[in-house]
Design a protein around this ligand. Structure first.
Ligand code: SAH
Length: 463
């Protein structure tokens, strides 16, 4: 019997799905309910039945799970960013470990031990990058917040718990200044108004702060007064930028950026690699989490002084560069030109020896890998860190043709990691290690590092 819309059914939540919802079963059908915890007994109201699975909401929480903790953010439900804020952190970690194991089992068909997940060194306020849309509060004053689900309406959120307090304070102070000078937030529906987003970054180790105001026009009235007031209150601010985005789009940043104050970038380090960050740079958002991730990647890669390391999807080169001291040669490939420029200058700042042994190419990973394979390049180790959709077959088959001793696959999507692992396993790469790493506490996201070895040339690792 298909479930009807608005039908109410009793449900026990058994686990957390990869979209962050709790999952229970009703006559064999999986029912997804957001905001629930494993062990919850509830009455669920069905919103939509899709045949083999259905979506619902909590009608009544009959017996709450012992894994629940009180919600400490008024925006937690509608915001959707912290899909797991109602779980205690140990339960969140268990759920993420299970999401990874489940993906390898179901999607990869690989029944392999998954290492216990590495917790994030910081559970709240870990993000080094903030992008707040600017809207109006109920009194009409400019405020920061987030878009209510599938709408253009902004729900105020003055203290997001994932962001460092100082970044929330800067954004709130800016909104106060916008109000004081009569500057209007951008209205997505009408396309009118000036201020679209407040984009902030803070270097975890350096403490330097970048403020970038994303505006519909290239001129910010009262920019001098705003800059002065902001710097007086927050001396940690290193640079202030104005990014121009006149398009009717939900892409945050526009093409053009002007510097209102300071050098136009901030500096920081990641696993000892010096980095220079502007608004466009891709940079891991949880610095301490990323350093832990890179350490696992380095341990798995274990380069020796004779090795050539190929870093595919290298961003600004940080994973490969963090291991550059240990290998003979490093090649990085990345599709975004600015990221490649950053990778080159990061290498240069590490000194002449590292710069001399590193090369970075701006290209599609698949095309570059195909060409490098055709040229007879034989990297000893390949690191892959693709976006959520994973690698395409062109990339994977070129990687296999180059026959590296080891592959280190870093992934922000267990489903595509498992799919690609299964493909590589068929081509002779043995999955040796699967290490989930929590880079995004309180959210549904989980990172995974995998080690795969060439089964023709290496013996299996001891467990
Ligand atoms: N390894 C880096 C970046 C990982 S994020 C780090 O740790 O910081 C994934 C990267 O893949 C992004 O920088 C993105 O720009 C890049 N990318 C996306 N599609 C690509 C493609 N087809 N070819 C090469 N790089 C790609």
């Amino acid at each position: 019997m298909p479930l009807k819309k608005n039908q109410i059914i009793p449900l026990t939540i058994e686990g957390i799905s990869s979209d962050g919802s709790g999952v229970g079963r009703w006559e064999g059908e999986a029912i997804f309910i957001p905001g629930t915890a494993p062990g919850d007994l509830l009455d669920a109201r069905i919103v939509k039945d899709c045949g083999r699975y259905a979506f619902g909401i909590i009608e009544k929480l009959v017996t709450p799970s012992a894994d629940r903790i009180p919600l400490d953010c008024p925006a937690a439900g509608p915001c959707g960013g912290c899909a797991l804020r109602h779980l205690d952190y140990a339960a969140e970690l268990r759920a993420k470990e299970e999401i990874v194991a489940d993906a390898f089992r179901r999607i990869g068909g690989l029944e392999l031990p998954v290492h216990p997940i590495l917790p994030s060194p910081e559970v709240d306020r870990y993000r080094n990058k903030v992008q707040f849309p600017v809207g109006r509060d109920k009194n009409g004053a400019p405020c920061i917040g987030f878009y209510a689900g599938r709408s253009h309406r902004i729900i105020p959120c003055p203290d997001c718990k994932l962001q460092p307090t100082i970044l929330n304070e800067i954004a709130n102070a800016l909104c106060g200044l916008f109000g004081q000078y009569g500057l209007a937030p951008y209205d997505e529906e009408t396309g009118k108004g000036l201020l679209r987003h407040i984009f902030l970054r803070q270097g975890k180790h350096s403490g330097q702060i970048m403020v970038c105001l994303v505006c519909t026009r290239g001129r910010l009235p009262h920019s001098e007064e705003i800059t002065r007031a902001l710097l007086e209150k927050f001396p940690e601010i290193t640079t202030i930028l104005l990014n121009v985005n006149p398009q009717k789009t939900n892409v945050i940043l526009g093409q053009e950026t002007k510097t209102l104050y300071g050098p136009g970038y901030i500096q920081d380090t990641l696993c000892g690699v010096p980095v220079q960050l502007g608004p466009l740079s891709f940079y891991q958002v949880n610095t301490l989490g990323a350093e832990q991730l890179y350490q696992v990647a380095a341990e798995y890669a274990a380069p020796s002084p004779e090795d050539l390391l190929l870093d595919l999807y290298c961003g600004m080169g940080t994973i490969g560069l963090s291991m550059a001291h240990q290998c003979k040669e490093l090649i990085g490939v990345e599709i975004i030109p600015e990221a490649i420029e950053s990778a080159k200058s990061n290498a240069a700042r590490m000194g002449a020896e590292i710069a001399a042994k590193s090369r970075f190419f701006c290209a599609d990973a698949g095309q570059a890998a195909t060409q490098l394979a055709a040229e007879g390049l034989t990297p000893d180790i390949i690191v892959l860190d693709p976006p959520r959709k994973g690698c395409d077959e062109a990339t994977l088959s070129a990687v296999v043709r180059m026959a590296p001793r080891r592959l280190v696959y870093v992934s922000c999507n267990p489903a595509t990691a498992a799919r690609d692992a299964a493909w590589l396993a068929k081509e002779g790469y043995r999955v040796e290690r699967i290490q989930p790493v929590d880079m995004f506490p309180r959210t549904k996201h989980v990172e995974t590092v995998m080690l795969l070895s060439n089964s023709l040339i290496t013996a299996p690792l001891k467990k």
